[in-house]
Design a protein. Structure first.
Length: 454
């Protein structure tokens, strides 16, 4: 039996002390059947999967037993890799599957995989959530886990179960137990109110982090602080003052001024270790890239070029940086070593202006915005510039891609007449969806996965 703790989300409404346990009641040994989705294919046929309502004794647990699988279905369907079957088609009832399902009942409706579970309210007030994943044709259990949490944390438990299913059936980490910080926009165009907001990756659990007293832009997560710390850019309203960069602790609400920087248009990005940031701002009228050690506030200039150099982003191992520069006459993407050496242009697309490059957490791709022929495109390329692919193209302004922590999905924002919204798309370019937010939304930044501690 293994025991892991679900670390609480780093804001006050999240609940500490939730436990994830190896399912002691689950039969020992997992199936070796190769029920697997090959997510490297250009075109993927979604896997038919049945996600049953969970079994429960009654009371509030009965509603949770409906809510948890509903979130799991939505998570998996939104990934584009799974086709959850309509619960109305299910033949076997949740209470009849406490030991093992009748596999023939699920083959009749063409399910390849099945998720079952049970919800209980414990005497100590905790919620116990159990799930099992079954291979219908091999008639074997693939995985099974038990979680203990507080009742109001049920939605996060559902996302973690979705991640476990995703990993077992694709071989890669999921991204459902993550959050997105973004800029919430409201009010008329000439008096726009911009506030920092945070939500779960599916658009739920929205919460405002700032009041809107200052104009805020481009929040970024600290990858070494998981989902606890961000940096962002703020313009003091009503004053002709240069922009300021802040560190913001999502858990406590406390913020710390990093500095005031003239000519800055994008917030810094953290180094992978979280101890420094990379940023661009104008010094003596020239925009270059600088690195700042957050422990002592010392700066080191990384580029020294008379052109505009901006939008730096670290590779996941911290050894290289991608950035944007107009040194060749138009905005293009470059890469360099972390110390500024070996600067090389990598974007050579016909007639295009490139911007907002950001390195994938996997290290294999760089996402970007491209403007060409009046269209705004979100695309990816390899770090050597090869393999450029456009994932999304629109006549509306769209920009600022951000990666899911598994490097398989991107979010970005799109400005259409009368509305600005966040969208997501996977690396196939065939699963583009709007992320529903309560207000206009821009500048999304995807969190890393929160750890499960054994």
């Amino acid at each position: 039996m293994k025991t892991m703790q679900i670390m609480p989300f780093a804001y006050r409404l999240a609940l500490a002390g939730a436990l994830l346990l190896g399912a002691a009641a689950v039969p020992l040994g997992e199936a070796r059947a190769q029920l697997r989705i090959d997510i490297t294919k250009a075109t993927i046929e979604p896997m038919p999967i049945a996600i049953s309502d969970f079994d429960a004794e009654g009371g509030s647990a009965a509603q949770t037993a409906i809510n948890v699988p509903r979130v799991i279905r939505a998570d998996l369907e939104r990934s584009g890799l799974f086709r959850p079957l309509d619960p109305k088609s299910h033949i076997q009832k949740p209470a009849d599957m406490r030991t093992q399902p009748r596999f023939q009942d699920w083959r009749v409706i063409n399910a390849q995989a099945l998720v079952t579970g049970r919800i209980e309210n414990q005497a100590d007030g905790r919620l116990r959530a159990e799930f099992r994943l079954w291979d219908i044709y091999a008639e074997q259990q693939l995985t099974g886990l038990v979680f203990f949490s507080t009742p109001e944390n049920w939605r996060r438990v559902a996302h973690i179960i979705s991640d476990a299913i995703y990993k077992r059936l694709t071989g890669e980490d999921g991204y459902f137990d993550t959050r997105v910080v973004y800029v919430s926009e409201s009010g008329p165009a000439n008096a726009r109110r911009k506030r920092l907001a945070i939500m779960d990756q599916d658009g739920e659990n929205n919460k405002f982090l700032t009041t809107g007293d200052n104009l805020v832009l481009t929040p970024r997560f600290n990858p070494a602080r998981f989902q606890q710390e961000i940096t962002y850019l703020a313009y003091p309203t009503g004053r002709q003052a240069p922009p300021r960069v802040y560190l913001f602790n999502i858990d406590t609400g406390q913020q710390e001024l990093v500095g005031t920087f003239a000519g800055m248009t994008f917030a810094p990005r953290f180094a992978p270790d979280g101890n420094s940031v990379i940023m661009s701002y104008a010094k003596e009228g020239i925009s270059n890239i600088f690195r700042m050690d957050l422990r002592n506030r010392r700066e080191v200039q990384v580029t020294n070029d008379p052109s505009i150099n901006t939008s730096p982003s670290y590779s996941p191992d911290g050894t290289r940086i991608t950035f944007n520069s107009d040194r060749s006459g138009g905005k293009q993407i470059y890469v360099m070593n972390a110390d500024g050496s070996n600067q090389q242009r990598i974007s050579f697309g016909q007639g295009g202006q490139y911007s907002t490059p950001v390195w994938s957490p996997r290290g294999d791709l760089i996402a970007f915005t491209k403007e060409t022929g009046g269209n705004f495109q979100i695309g990816v390329m390899r770090p050597d510039g090869s393999g450029e692919r456009i994932l999304s193209s629109s006549s509306a302004v769209q920009e600022a891609p951000t990666w899911a922590p598994n490097g398989r999905v991107l979010m970005f924002f799109r400005e259409q007449p009368g509305r600005t919204r966040i969208w997501s798309i996977d690396l196939t370019g065939g699963n583009e969806r709007e992320v529903i937010t309560p207000t206009d939304a821009s500048d999304p930044a995807w969190s890393p996965l929160s750890p499960l501690v054994q």
